[in-house]
Design a protein around this ligand. Structure first.
Ligand SMILES: *[C@@H]1O[C@H](CO)[C@@H](O)[C@H](O)[C@H]1NC(C)=O
Ligand SMILES: *[C@@H]1O[C@H](CO)[C@@H](O)[C@H](O)[C@H]1NC(C)=O
Ligand SMILES: *[C@@H]1O[C@H](CO)[C@@H](O)[C@H](O)[C@H]1NC(C)=O
Ligand SMILES: *[C@@H]1O[C@H](CO)[C@@H](O)[C@H](O)[C@H]1NC(C)=O
Length: 309
């Protein structure tokens, strides 16, 4: 019955070609194991508040997703949310509880999309890297250091006909190719060479942008699924408007904020095409991030606020 309702709504949306959108989307953000010693005392898992605000800025609510749940519990959450965000951080891409839960959602999302149940996934930094591991079935990351550096993007031809950049004006595309609007905080990435040598990755994703790392290796910095609504950014759009530590190179210029907002807007519009919903209003209310209070950590961490779980 439930699946029937969901599919009917999706079919109606497809048939009418428009109009039917889910204007009350909920994005699930998977929590991640706390590994930083300074942050460990406050919770076993966390989500930096910047990711929550990024999602909220474009008109979505957020449901944090706990680690270590059962398959049945994850499946119920999957059938309740309208998209998934995989955050940055630093845990193992294959053996961590974060990676294991992401793997379950990834498979559910593949199946759903194959059945016409549109379900988007967004990965930022480690989340981007995790998407490459999930698709390739192996860890292909190499050393591509770009720590604390804001840079422009080098666009591929595919970027100009992509979904992700469709609402970007020519002026903003030009600015994004010239101004340091993207904040990078990573040591590993998928090199352009490794991306193009892997048949699974090339088949699954279009490379929209690349960058040259501090060691000279060119890496993929934005990718979008060819068939599936799965998106990855190796850099951090959520920091531009929502993280303020003065010791880090966070881009705060008007164009940087605009770029971040348009990507959030893009992802949430993808989620508005999904019609999953919670079993009842009480279950929805209980699942939302509003039940949690973010903690100010700006005086002892590079983050500004964090939700601990
Ligand atoms: C998940 O389970 C592992 C052990 O199976 C445990 O070490 C870890 O603390 C749990 N994580 C959370 C967030 O509860
Ligand atoms: C863009 O590509 C050029 C040519 O490979 C390279 O010199 C430049 O560093 C790249 N820009 C960025 C920001 O990575
Ligand atoms: C980050 O980069 C900025 C700008 O280049 C620099 O001023 C700052 O010292 C760097 N911070 C760290 C922690 O490396
Ligand atoms: C950070 O600020 C909080 C108050 O917001 C305070 O309780 C805490 O002791 C401070 N921590 C450090 C390391 O200064």
């Amino acid at each position: 019955m439930y699946i029937f309702r969901v599919l009917l709504a999706a079919l109606l949306a497809a048939a009418t070609g428009t109009a039917t959108l889910n204007t009350r989307p909920v994005i699930g953000i998977l929590t991640q194991e706390t590994v930083d010693d300074d942050l460990k005392p406050f919770g076993k898992a966390y989500i930096p508040a910047s990711y929550v605000k990024f999602v909220e800025s474009a008109g979505s609510r957020v449901a944090p997703i706990k680690l270590n749940l059962t398959y049945v519990e994850y499946k119920e959450i999957f059938n309740s949310i309208n998209g998934l965000m995989l955050i940055g951080g630093s845990v193992n891409l294959q053996t961590s509880d974060f990676a294991k839960a992401a793997n379950i959602f990834y498979k559910l999302a593949l199946q759903a999309n194959d059945k016409g149940d549109y379900f988007p996934i967004w990965g930022t930094c480690l989340g981007f890297q995790l998407l490459t591991v999930l698709v390739a079935g192996e860890n292909l990351l190499t050393y591509t250091p770009m720590e604390n550096k804001s840079v422009p993007l080098n666009f591929s031809q595919a970027a100009y006909i992509s979904r992700m950049f469709r609402t970007f004006t020519p002026e903003l595309m030009k600015a994004l190719s010239q101004e340091p609007l993207t904040g990078n905080f990573h040591h590993y990435g998928i090199s352009k060479q490794d991306f193009f040598q892997n048949k699974k990755l090339v088949k699954f994703f279009s490379d929209l942008t690349t960058n040259v790392a501090m060691n000279g290796v060119e890496f993929v910095s934005v990718m979008e699924g060819k068939k599936y609504p799965f998106y990855g950014v190796q850099w951090h759009p959520e920091v531009s408007a929502f993280q303020w530590n003065t010791e880090l190179a966070f881009p705060h210029s008007p164009n940087a904020i605009w770029v971040a907002y348009l990507l959030a807007d893009f992802f949430i519009n993808e989620a508005r095409k999904n019609f999953h919903r919670f079993s009842d209003p009480k279950a929805e209310e209980a699942a939302l991030i509003y039940n949690h209070i973010p903690m100010y950590v700006g005086n002892f961490s590079f983050y500004t606020q964090i939700y601990f779980f």
